[in-house]
Design a protein around this ligand. Structure first.
Ligand SMILES: [Zn+2]
Length: 297
């Protein structure tokens, strides 16, 4: 991915190493995925893209230095922080342009909170184990950078463009919020009851749309910055494949239970991302997502 000449977003709050307090090591373990899958079967609907992946980090807690000295980060982690700020900055430029040109009103930038381990949010306590997520209550994306290491080590979903896709997916949820789609579907889900088969279907609607919107971002980001290089699209598509509900469930236990899907199958996630990338048409994506009947979700 070509990142030449990019500014870093200033809408970033860095809470790494802050109270909540422990730093999460960049390790990996396989137990987490089993816990995550169990959580899904037990009706943990509404978990987000990283929720499964995020469970997989082998969390090694390391106390913050008691003398209040800032924790030093590895070059790799600092690089990821800079990268994430650059990608967020790009989404701000691209989405304000899209909102103008497609008549969607005014785009308001979300905030990105970098944290390690756990942190408080308007949606309750955020845990690294949940993976990256978006909270509409404070219009913020929450990201523990160790997630990217988990992606790489546990799923072999690697590459800067795959990482950018993850951030763009969360920003996609913010776009859903600004356009009112998120509130509409959340109230439906509340009516059906968290974890019910119907609520899960509605969740798939939100998630596939976020993938589509990530594709729209990539479409215009490439147009503006010439960012998409050889192999990049394949990275994102490969990532989408590896975070499909069916793929993760089969990997964990050998079979998949469609009624428990909350994010969509690998095939769906790849298809929606690609469709967004090819058309860049936001309203078309929203209409398709809202109109799919349950048999298509
Ligand atoms: Zn999501």
């Amino acid at each position: 991915m070509n990142l030449d000449g990019r500014r870093e977003s200033t809408n970033v709050e860095d809470r790494r190493g802050m109270s909540g307090g422990a730093k999460v090591g960049l390790g990996g373990g396989i137990m987490g995925i089993i816990i995550a899958i169990l959580a899904m079967f037990m009706g943990g609907g509404g978990l987000d893209i990283g929720s499964i992946l995020g469970q997989m980090g082998n969390v090694t807690m390391q106390e913050e230095s008691s003398d209040g000295q800032p924790i030093e980060y590895s070059a790799e982690e600092q690089q990821l922080a800079t990268f994430s700020k650059q990608i967020l900055g790009g989404t701000e430029d691209i989405w304000s342009q899209i909102f103008k040109s497609q008549g969607l009103g005014e785009y308001r930038d979300p905030k990105m909170v970098l944290y390690s381990g756990s942190t408080s949010t308007a949606c309750g306590q955020g845990q690294a184990a949940m993976g990256p997520f978006y909270c509409s209550g404070d219009q913020s994306l929450y990201l523990d950078l160790s997630f990217f290491m988990s992606m790489k080590q546990q799923l072999g979903a690697d590459g800067d463009f795959a990482y950018a896709y993850v951030i763009a997916h969360e920003v996609g949820h913010h776009v859903e919020y600004l356009t009112g789609v998120l509130q509409q579907i959340h109230s439906k889900m509340a009516r059906y009851g968290q974890g019910s088969a119907q609520a899960n279907k509605e969740s798939v609607r939100i998630e596939l749309l976020a993938d589509y919107l990530a594709g729209c971002w990539a479409h215009y980001d490439n147009e503006r910055f010439g960012s998409v290089e050889d192999g990049d699209l394949q990275e994102a598509i490969d990532c989408a494949l590896k975070i499909g509900d069916d793929y993760l469930q089969k990997r964990a236990q050998g079979y998949a239970m469609p009624e428990s899907f909350t994010h969509g199958t690998s095939e769906q996630r790849m298809r929606w991302f690609k469709a967004g990338y090819e058309s860049g048409d936001v309203k078309r994506g929203i209409n398709s997502a809202m109109q799919l009947d349950y048999s298509q979700l």
